[in-house]
Design a protein around this ligand. Sequence first.
Ligand SMILES: Nc1nc2c([nH]c(=O)n2[C@H]2C[C@H](O)[C@@H](COP(=O)(O)OP(=O)(O)OP(=O)(O)O)O2)c(=O)[nH]1
Length: 150
Amino acid sequence: MDAEDMGCYGLQVTKPGLRTVFVSAVAMVDADGRVLMAERPEGKSMAGLWEFPGGKVEAGETPEVTLVRELHEELGIDITESCLAPFTFASHSYEDFHLFMPLYLCRVWKGEPHGKEGQKLKWVYPHKMVDLRMPGADVPLIAMLRDFLG
Ligand SMILES: Nc1nc2c([nH]c(=O)n2[C@H]2C[C@H](O)[C@@H](COP(=O)(O)OP(=O)(O)OP(=O)(O)O)O2)c(=O)[nH]1
């Protein structure tokens, strides 16, 4: 079977030379099956869009280490690497970079998440996520969360 048989019509979606940015993100799931979403603050790219907590993977970090650091810095909570279950990933071309973003699931953490950098937070049922404005990369992840969490 070739690519065309599989519904891939040779469309070039990735611009040559686009740099790939490696970001690690997490769907934190509460006891009701809701997922924690954070609003990107004013002054940042994609301000006002709702995203999964996380951030860029820095040199020398694994994506799990990035999340332990980011959740502490951004939300004031502590997680352990062993509570991060790999779930899916986004691979998406924006105008000026390509995003590669593993998404983990986490159900256990210590502390009460709060927006330490002033960002708004909300707990959202996966079937309600379509009502949120989210970055383009995140849109395909919604259906996967809905299938998995209901
Ligand atoms: N944390 C997170 N970032 C996401 C998601 N979806 C998505 O496209 N991104 C993008 C937005 C940013 O370009 C990048 C994450 O960068 P960051 O949060 O560490 O840093 P930043 O806002 O300062 O990034 P930037 O202004 O330099 O773009 O990934 C998501 O669900 N969660």
